[in-house]
Design a protein around this ligand. Structure first.
Ligand SMILES: C[S@@+](CC[C@H](N)C(=O)[O-])C[C@H]1O[C@@H](n2cnc3c(N)ncnc32)[C@H](O)[C@@H]1O
Length: 280
């Protein structure tokens, strides 16, 4: 039996456009869709199989099953809360968004302690880069970060990016929001502290080596990489057992300083890169 040829560039572009316009994937960065299609276009795979595999991988990359806020309602609630000028109302509006996503819902009670652990080890950052952030930037009020910190938030989802931009504008914080795939288009601007939270294992699931590549290409003096250690339902998760050794070996190879600490449900590796410690 003859093996089907891979899809041509023209076929790949046409399929990418179809996915970009589809209800399910129109929220995602086009570069993510193109990259996933390209990756699934393996020699010998039939077109139907390439497309089915790409859709499955995009479903995992988007991870909507972790929870999505009702975006319009969330923006309206934030706008009303800021108009009231009342801190408790603003914090309640932020909390209600944070509780729609399982990562932030689980982390919220421990967030101040997590940031205090980071500040103790690396000092107060003047700039933060939140990679694949989902709704985490809306937790700014619960982090202890000063108003002067430049906060850059990056995600492939247009809806998350719009919500975060709305929040930062209402909060009047120095900020930058980027709809960008951190693997396809690494963010190379130098920062004091980068966060790659509950994402390393997802990047490795998408493509072997992708998590480490993001860590290596991020120009951060310090980078906090986290792994979930149990689900909201209390089930033990073993992502760190699987991926931690590669990260630890890379830290040794690159001579990065590595410190580890845990919060309930989440393990953090904090790396400090000597090559980014010189004045820029
Ligand atoms: C597992 S959640 C992580 C959320 C956040 N870091 C946290 O721990 O609260 C996945 C988020 O990463 C985003 N994402 C997935 N792959 C990405 C990529 N390659 N570049 C940027 N964002 C990505 C998704 O849109 C989603 O918002």
């Amino acid at each position: 039996m003859t093996r089907p040829p891979p899809l041509t560039d023209a076929e790949l572009s046409a399929e990418a456009l179809r996915l970009e316009r589809s209800k399910k994937y129109k929220d995602l960065a086009p570069e993510t869709i193109a990259d996933v299609l390209q990756q699934e276009n393996r020699p010998g795979a039939a077109k139907a199989k390439v497309l089915a595999n790409a859709r499955l991988r995009l479903h995992r990359v988007a991870a909507h099953y972790l929870g999505l806020p009702k975006f319009n309602k969330a923006q309206a609630a934030l706008t009303a809360a800021f108009a009231s000028g009342e801190d408790p109302q603003i914090e309640a509006a932020c909390r209600s968004v944070l509780e729609t996503h399982s990562s932030t819902q689980e982390r919220l009670p421990h967030l101040r302690d997590i940031f205090d652990q980071l500040f103790q080890r690396v000092g107060m950052p003047e700039s933060v880069l939140d990679l694949a952030c989902a709704v985490q930037p809306l937790a700014w009020r619960f982090t202890g970060l000063p108003r002067s910190t430049m906060y850059t938030a990056v995600d492939i989802s247009q809806q998350f990016i719009d919500l975060i931009r709305c929040y930062f504008q209402l909060e009047k914080l120095p900020h930058q929001v980027l709809r960008q795939d951190v693997f396809v288009s690494p963010v190379t601007q130098p920062v004091d502290l980068a966060l790659l939270w509950k994402m390393y294992h997802c990047l490795e699931q998408r493509r072997e080596g992708a998590g480490l590549r993001v860590v290596e290409t991020t120009a951060a003096k310090a980078m906090a990489i986290s792994f979930p250690t149990r689900s909201l339902a209390g089930k033990r998760m073993r992502f760190h057992e699987k991926h931690g050794p590669t990260l630890i070996a890379a830290a040794e190879r690159h001579r990065w300083r590595l410190q580890t600490f845990e919060a309930p449900g989440e393990l953090f590796h904090l790396i400090q890169k000597p090559e980014w410690e010189t004045p820029r």
